[in-house]
Write a protein that binds this ligand. Structure first.
Ligand SMILES: Nc1ncnc2c1ncn2[C@@H]1O[C@H](COP(=O)(O)OP(=O)(O)O)[C@@H](O)[C@H]1O
Ligand SMILES: [Mg+2]
Length: 257
């Protein structure tokens, strides 16, 4: 049995794919069997930070249309054989294909410890399907005002449905106080927060997510956040005091929650 976790957001471009890739990598580094599903239909980009774009032959649509087996569609990570990717489709899915998506989740449930779904942002087509079979949902937001408004809306909808355990991920903050303000506004459990960090963009572009690099602050933070996720620990302060400050490009080392 796996924990099926949907990573979603109100607004696009807030870091869902980055968070999915880095939490996935971190959980795989801990030895868990992890499947990452690119369900942001129409976009397809989870393969880029994972460095797997050249390895894709088939995509999720081929599987949902029953043109191939799951074993054929899945792409294994180059160095971590316990990390699998189901590549996304550049086409949007039909109603019937969405239903097969939910069936797929129950089929692959026994194969993994964690299934992470990189989902469409709030209320786009496919949003509810990417949540349907999930046990948990992580809502990613930046401190940006419009992102927060949209996150608030999505959290309201998800809370009213009461189907998944919900938590928040603050991405791209610049000051610790921003996290406090967001928590006061949204009043939800927080899984973690990652600062705005140019190293994250560089790592994504290289196809080596920052979590693979424990000498960079954001890499360590992603690993700690994934560790908290694996233990169902929310609202944890990330303590980086055991790491040398000289390694970091950011001066603020401690989050204030
Ligand atoms: N913490 C961060 N600091 C700086 N840039 C980031 C951070 N997180 C994500 N990015 C960059 O922001 C852009 C959007 O991120 P992405 O994960 O693709 O968002 P989404 O999947 O929500 O559309 C990408 O170029 C990514 O490299
Ligand atoms: Mg994305």
């Amino acid at each position: 049995m796996s924990r099926i976790i949907t990573i979603t957001s109100g607004k696009g471009g807030v870091g869902k794919t980055t968070v999915t890739a880095n939490i996935g990598i971190s959980l795989a580094l801990k030895g868990y069997k992890v499947c990452l599903i690119d369900a942001d239909f129409g976009l397809r980009n989870l393969d880029i930070p994972l460095g797997l774009s050249n390895r894709i032959i088939l995509d999720i649509l081929d599987y949902l249309q029953k043109l191939c087996s799951f074993n054929h569609v899945v792409v294994r990570h180059r160095t971590m054989k316990n990390l699998h990717l189901v590549p996304g489709s550049k086409k949007h899915l039909s109603e019937m294909e969405f239903e097969s998506f939910v069936e797929m989740l129950s089929e692959i449930d026994p194969l993994y410890d964690f299934i992470l779904i990189d989902s469409p942002s709030g209320l786009e087509s496919g949003f509810f399907y990417a949540l349907n079979g999930a046990d948990e949902a992580i809502v990613v937001t930046t401190p940006d005002k419009t992102a927060l408004q949209d996150a608030d809306r999505v959290i309201g909808i998800l809370e009213s449905q009461n189907k998944q355990q919900l938590s928040l991920f603050v991405n791209g903050y610049k000051h610790n106080q921003e996290i406090e303000n967001i928590l006061q506004l949204l009043n939800i459990n927080i899984l973690g927060a990652i600062p705005a960090d140019v190293n994250i963009i560089a790592a994504n572009n290289k196809g080596n997510p920052i979590a693979l690099n424990p000498s960079l602050q954001s890499g360590v933070m992603f690993r700690k956040i994934a560790n908290n996720l694996s233990k169902h620990h929310y609202n944890q302060r990330i303590d980086l005091s055991s790491y040398s400050q000289n390694l970091y490009t950011h001066r603020k080392l401690k989050l204030s929650f």
